[in-house]
Design a protein around this ligand. Structure first.
Ligand code: ATP
Length: 260
């Protein structure tokens, strides 16, 4: 796969639930090493798109290539190979409540043959610290952690198998502004240090500023436009104008100037 080839290539994607068409003829590329912020009004299908790419629901049409391979029309083994190179973090962390954080992080590792329990434990502790959790967090149960720590635990589990692509569904939702800002920085740092490509669904303008290198706007059942934050300021579309020129956007721009 050439360096400038997209790591994910979506063409003509169609998703629908009964008569409700969510995506119609949607195209999108994700390039290696970029943090793509996916935004759009409520119900535009951001989460459905994430779930479709991550292989959690089959679309009604179109094609998805991941790592240069057809991710929809392939054998179960080929799809499994693709899935092992991707990590998903859901909104609430989606942790198993009866397992400690370390055991949660070890769950995806069970799919890898030849990893001894001791090695799994060491790797899990590494991912836990990489996610910015304190050393003692591995022994805690999810219920003993704050919301922010649970998100970091979910991130540690998504990183368990050294993914090349990371999917994040509203990673800062429900966090206080300081916790959210720290999470934004962590995502950007992880992408830069590990070369991770990130598909990040968000409503959070601060996250777009602090963590994302490119933005994709979902509207009218497709990806309406992609570009940098500066590009978004020039897009002539009612939702895009309201979102990127509204008071919250101005506050986010001011905040990013202060931290720059
Ligand atoms: N399992 C499902 N069954 C039926 N309809 C669904 C299902 N999942 C999603 N939908 C519908 O698909 C549409 C897109 O949902 P999705 O959750 O992707 O939106 P979203 O852009 O992520 O919204 P939000 O910003 O509010 O989280 C919604 O109208 C939703 O009701």
């Amino acid at each position: 796969m050439a360096q400038d080839e997209p790591i994910i290539r979506i063409r003509g994607l169609r998703n629908q639930f009964g008569a409700q068409v969510v995506h119609d003829n949607l195209d999108l590329d994700l390039y290696r090493g970029e943090v793509m912020g996916v935004v759009g009004g409520s119900g535009t299908g951001k989460s459905v798109l994430l779930r479709t790419i991550a292989g959690l629901r089959p679309p009604q049409g179109g094609s998805i290539e991941i790592f240069g391979k057809d991710a929809l029309n392939c054998t179960d083994d080929a799809r499994k190979e693709i899935d092992l190179r991707m990590g998903v973090m859901f909104q609430d962390g989606a942790l198993f409540s009866s397992l400690t954080v370390r055991e949660n992080v070890e769950v995806p590792m069970q799919a890898v043959p030849g990893l001894t329990p001791a090695l799994r434990r060491d790797l899990a502790d590494l991912k836990i610290s990489l996610s910015g959790l304190p050393w003692f967090a591995g022994d805690k149960y999810p219920s003993e952690l704050s919301g922010g720590m649970r998100k970091r635990a979910g991130l540690a589990r998504a990183l368990a198998l050294d993914p090349e692509i990371l999917f994040l569904d509203e990673p800062t939702a429900g966090l206080d502004p300081i916790g959210a800002a720290a999470f934004d920085v962590l995502i950007r740092q992880l992408s830069e240090s590990l070369g991770l490509s990130v598909f990040l669904v968000t409503h959070d303008l601060d996250t777009l500023h602090a963590a994302c290198t490119r933005i994709a706007v979902l509207a009218e059942k497709k990806v309406l436009t992609t570009g940098t934050m500066a590009d978004m300021m020039d897009v002539d579309h009612p939702w895009v104008r309201e979102y990127f020129h509204g008071p919250r956007s101005r506050a986010a721009i001011d905040a990013s100037k202060r931290t720059a």
